[in-house]
Design a protein around this ligand. Structure first.
Ligand SMILES: CCCCCCCCCCCCCCCC(=O)SCCNC(=O)CCNC(=O)[C@H](O)C(C)(C)COP(=O)(O)OP(=O)(O)OC[C@H]1O[C@@H](n2cnc3c(N)ncnc32)[C@H](O)[C@@H]1OP(=O)(O)O
Ligand SMILES: NC(=O)C1=CN([C@@H]2O[C@H](COP(=O)(O)OP(=O)(O)OC[C@H]3O[C@@H](n4cnc5c(N)ncnc54)[C@H](OP(=O)(O)O)[C@@H]3O)[C@@H](O)[C@H]2O)C=CC1
Length: 515
């Protein structure tokens, strides 16, 4: 019998961010491994014209939850969506809902966050710091609370090279930042943001670091653990390989490369690609929830959920495998043939961006205009290049994360739990994982059917022929222009033609002599 599954049985669990990528995988695993849990409260906001119920209905009807519905047919009765906006005071939770949460919750998984790198500091502080502070305040009033699990990121201290499983002090007190956000106007915040975030690359990683300090300062009366995942990718095994449902991290770039928009990226090929599958993060999170509640460690334990020090993969290996999978199973209606080159200097990056990214986009937009359609590729390309520039920080550096707590946790699990809640990345076969990731992107993000693969291959062949024809035509045009303007070019041209003529004459003469 799994100790972890049994532990969550009969429990009331509160999840924030349950509609997000990790939140859904977490909920799915909880229902599948502990179908007798009492209830999962999820804090949800109405979004995109959908009510809470519609959002929950959509999640439960997705492919991710197919297995769960077999194991736990009454799953819809066990989810209780609570209307809440974490940006609002008291989360805009009704009095009745709040009372129920305070009196019943046993475990909290705090996943909600803004993961946008370019979010305005005010908004990032609101969600990643202030909301965490409020949630801790709520947690401290929960009479039955056994554990509070906070999802942070391994990059919350990405200004350091070696990162231990500790909370590093912030140069400015989070409380002061929270206060100042209340009265400073947007223009002043914009001005001071670079000075505040200093060597953090964006507001996301900076506010996640502040969030950890808040957890440390405000969580004295609560039994807490912090999980720090690195770059979360598609699922490895559970509930099935390759599940992914948003464009964050590598997923968006895999689409951009597979569709032939992104053909080169500025990256350090040998830098560690510290990806971690979503199901691995969830397994560690659930195991940490159990350990924190049952063993009640004296201090807040931080768990690094990373792959680099146990089973490293680099960006070159990842890029090559992504490309190899595109060869086997191409994406449909590609713009150009996929390519995945790594540039390492400013010059080559600018060259690739001009020649291989912007120029084809401009040419295609001219074609769209000429055929009476709306030009759109240049705009798309500019957005893509902006996105890539924001991710570059993470693909040109390597970090070392110590994993003592994570390894300790693995060692205290029973063999049964080590199997069911496996977070041992040493067992991960990268080539197989990356192939499944790319297939998952094709199936679950792009919603492309495997039946379309032969047509996609034909399309790539046509693109190759167009590419060759285009290059030949371009060469001839350039050459014609050069010979028309420069005597030197004409002399070279004359020399090449006469050389070829002599060579052919010699070849013809020697072959007639033989017979
Ligand atoms: C050959 C393969 C090599 C693979 C090589 C992989 C390297 C991969 C390194 C990752 C390194 C992360 C390391 C931190 C790990 C964490 O701890 S954080 C969690 C991850 N967080 C993220 O990844 C958030 C990143 N994204 C953002 O911050 C924002 O989307 C951006 C990049 C600032 C763009 O903002 P924006 O211009 O306002 O655009 P937004 O409204 O978000 O989307 C605009 C369009 O771009 C698309 N888009 C959004 N994100 C992306 C994306 N990542 N890619 C492409 N398109 C995107 C959207 O779909 C949208 O399209 P339309 O719907 O308009 O057609
Ligand atoms: N994905 C990754 O690569 C990594 C993620 N992490 C961390 O893991 C956690 C989960 O990330 P992930 O699942 O990828 O993120 P997502 O962006 O997929 O999900 C974010 C969740 O937060 C919710 N949320 C955002 N704003 C509010 C609000 N104002 N009120 C209520 N809910 C809100 C979203 O709800 P809605 O659906 O309504 O928008 C969504 O459920 C985060 O803490 C993140 O920092 C750490 C390392 C890497």
């Amino acid at each position: 019998m799994s100790m972890i599954s049994a532990f969550y049985g009969g429990k009331s669990i509160l999840i924030t961010g349950a509609t997000g990528f990790l939140g859904k995988v977490l909920m799915e695993k909880l229902f599948r491994t502990s179908p007798d849990l009492k209830i999962i409260y999820i804090l949800v906001r109405p979004k995109a014209g959908q009510t809470l119920q519609q959002r929950v209905f959509q999640i439960l009807n997705s492919k991710l939850f197919e297995k769960v519905k077999e194991i736990c047919p009454n799953v819809h009765e066990k989810i209780r969506p609570i209307s809440a906006d974490l940006n609002q005071h008291d989360f805009s939770i009704t009095k009745e809902d709040m009372e129920e949460l305070l009196s019943s919750t046993n475990i909290i998984f705090h996943c909600a966050a803004t993961v946008r790198f370019d979010d305005h500091l005010r908004h990032a502080v609101q969600l990643n710091v202030t909301a965490t502070q409020h949630l801790l305040l709520m947690a401290s009033q929960m009479s039955k609370l056994e554990a509070f699990i906070h999802l942070s990121t391994a990059f919350s201290n990405c200004n350091l090279k070696h990162i231990d499983e500790v909370i590093y002090p912030c140069s400015v007190e989070p409380k002061k930042i929270i206060e100042s956000m209340e009265w400073l106007d947007d223009a002043i915040i914009d001005e001071i943001t670079p000075k505040l975030i200093r060597d953090w690359p964006n507001t996301y990683t900076y506010t996640k670091a502040l969030g950890e300090t808040v957890v440390q300062q405000e969580g004295a009366n609560v039994n807490i653990a912090i999980i720090r995942p690195s770059i979360v990718g598609a699922t490895w095994r559970e509930p099935f390989p390759g599940w992914v449902d948003n464009l964050n991290g590598p997923s968006g770039l895999i689409i951009a490369a597979g569709k032939g928009f992104l053909r080169a990226i500025r990256a350090t090929p040998m830098a560690v690609a510290d990806l971690i599958p979503a199901d691995t993060v969830v397994n560690l999170t659930l195991a940490a929830g159990w350990y924190t509640a049952v063993h009640r460690p004296k201090s807040t334990l931080i768990y690094h959920c990373t792959s680099g020090n146990l089973n490293p993969c680099n960006w070159l290996k990842m890029g090559l495998q992504v490309l190899a999978t595109f060869e086997k199973v191409p994406f449909e209606k590609a713009f150009r043939r996929p390519n995945a080159d790594f540039t390492t200097t400013n010059f080559t990056t600018h060259y690739w961006n001009a020649v291989s990214h912007r120029a084809p986009a401009v040419i295609y937009d001219c074609y769209l205009r000429l055929t009476g359609r709306e030009p759109r590729v240049t705009k798309l390309m500019n957005r893509l290049l902006r996105t890539v520039s924001m991710l570059e920080y993470f693909i040109n550096r390597s970090w070392e994360w110590s994993t003592h707590n994570t390894e300790m946790l693995m060692s205290v699990l029973s063999p049964e739990d080590q199997r069911i809640f496996n977070f041992d990345v040493r067992q991960l076969n990268w080539l197989e994982y990356i192939e499944n990731y790319v297939l998952g992107v094709k199936k679950y993000l792009l919603k492309e059917d495997m039946a379309g693969v032969p047509e996609a291959r034909q399309h790539l062949k046509r693109l190759r022929n167009i590419h060759y024809l285009f290059n030949i035509a371009l060469f001839l045009i350039i050459w014609r222009l050069l010979t028309a303007r420069w005597q030197m070019a004409r002399n070279i041209w004359f020399f090449i033609v006469s050389f070829c003529y002599k060579f052919l004459s010699y070849f013809r003469a020697s072959s007639t002599l033989k017979f």
